[in-house]
Design a protein. Structure first.
Length: 464
């Protein structure tokens, strides 16, 4: 009987053990199934994210518009004049917005050439750098000793340069030229013309032709090496145009094009008072505006594959440095017209990124309203603010105020422009973007990020 109980107990224990083991196996199998499900879900999410990322960074065209020397106050003043306080300019329609941080490696404010070097290479530069850092060709953010435009050309992307100023202006020239001195205009002009760019529009004929040679605009060329860069361009397949009318009558199907629109800049960068005394307008009448140049460029590039176009409105900077409010705002209006053309282009060509930014603010323009005593549409403005800052009206200091377009209640408002400097300042530069990858222009933006956003669209890589 005792033996039988032992045997029975053992059988019961064996049965219990079997049940326990079975349950443990069930739990293990369930955990394995859950792990497999979790792993599959993770792999699926990674696949979805990967597909999304590939879609998000699809490469395309890049257009960089650089209205040199402009900050938020400049755009606000333009809006008042062009659309009214409640209106909208083209710049307002851009989707991406960044608070531009413009410091450079050795200063808190930037020169045009240092800012351009940073935009072209994606790394910090010093105040005197012009496509060189520490007197050497820099290694760009991509790891190559090439500017972003040089790298684009090397990869078969068409490239173009537009500047309302002279050809050696750094905002565009640094993308294809490196030099120890910004003032080496002759060397820089040669670099730009012989860069292989498919489209080049600018002034600067003085630096294209030899001494003793009279050009279309230049009374006497400046080159000492005997080289005629216009002849060189013609011999190397460029169609050459000199005026707005010639540009308008030229087919956009030409292989390469060079536009030479002035002996120096396409504008007369002097104060309103000096221009008035000389009988000169703000703009050279025969030259196309930066918007007209951009319009041709978009037609030129549309059927030529991927392209990278850098556009600079230099008048916003030079007029600002002369404290010419009339000139600066007219230049900014031209840049805004160019932005509008690109917005329309992106509607039909969504694989395009527009980036627009300045590297500093020329003159430190601000808008003054109620602070001005006896402010009235029919009263000339005082020449200075109470702290001594000069005040500009429509035709310079001591003239009638600017007047806004009507607001939503059909009211118009007189105002003056107050200047804080003749120099380039760092204060409230705003960077914008539109089209492909415009969401990367968001929040605080370092000046090196301009390169990163452009690189992302050109090459499909978001650099660290």
């Amino acid at each position: 009987m005792f033996i039988d109980n032992i045997i029975l107990t053992q059988k019961l224990d064996d049965k219990s053990l079997s049940i326990v083991i079975f349950r443990e196996v069930q739990i293990i199998l369930l955990e394995i199934l859950m792990f497999k499900f979790f792993l599959s879900a993770v792999l699926l999410m990674n696949l979805i994210n990967c597909s999304y990322s590939q879609e998000a960074i699809k490469n395309g065209n890049v257009i960089f518009i650089h209205p040199d020397g402009t900050g938020l106050a400049d755009w606000n003043a333009l809006r008042l004049l062009k659309s009214g306080p409640d209106g909208e300019i083209n710049w307002d329609k851009l989707s991406g917005i960044g608070l531009y941080q413009g410091h450079i490696r050795d200063k808190v404010t930037s020169s045009s050439n240092a800012g351009a070097t940073i935009h072209a290479y994606g790394v910090k530069a010093d105040i005197d750098d012009f496509g060189l850092i520490d007197d050497l060709k820099p290694t760009s953010r991509s790891g190559k000793k090439l500017s972003i435009m040089e790298e684009a050309k090397q990869n078969g992307i068409k490239i173009g340069i537009i500047n309302s100023g002279s050809i050696e202006e750094p905002g565009t020239a640094v993308f294809v030229s490196s030099n120890l001195k910004r003032s080496n205009y002759l060397e820089i002009a040669k670099d730009v013309i012989q860069s292989g760019a498919d489209l080049i529009f600018s002034g600067g004929e003085d630096f294209f032709i030899p001494e003793g040679t009279k050009g279309r605009f230049s009374l006497n060329g400046k080159r000492k090496d005997g080289l005629n860069l216009i002849d060189w361009a013609k011999q190397n397949g460029y169609t050459v145009v000199y005026t707005r009318n010639e540009l308008a009558s030229t087919s956009s199907d030409v292989k390469k094009i060079l536009g030479v629109f002035a002996s120096r800049s396409t504008f007369n960068d002097k104060s309103e008072e000096v221009l008035d005394s000389l009988g000169l307008p703000n703009w050279i009448e025969t030259a196309p505006s930066v918007a007209e140049m951009t319009e041709f460029a978009l037609k030129f590039f549309i059927n030529k594959g991927l392209f990278f176009l850098v556009v600079e409105e230099e008048g916003t900077d030079n007029f600002g440095n002369k404290n010419n409010a009339n000139g600066k705002l007219s230049a900014l209006d031209r840049a805004d017209d160019a932005i509008g053309l690109v917005i329309d282009f992106i509607k039909d060509n969504p694989k395009t990124t527009l980036v627009t930014a300045a590297d500093s603010e020329a003159g430190g323009l601000e808008i003054s309203g109620y602070e001005i005593d006896n402010l009235d549409i029919n009263n000339p403005l005082p020449e200075n603010d109470n702290n001594g800052s000069p005040i500009d009206g429509r035709e310079g200091t001591g003239t009638l105020p600017f007047v806004s377009k009507p607001d939503k209640n059909r009211k118009v408002f007189p105002f003056g422009i107050v200047w804080s400097s003749y120099g380039d300042l760092t204060g409230s530069v705003i960077a914008r973007a539109h089209g492909l990858n415009a969401d990367r222009m968001n929040g605080k933006i370092d000046n090196t990020d301009i390169y990163r956003i452009m690189y992302l669209t050109l090459f499909g890589v978001w650099l660290d």
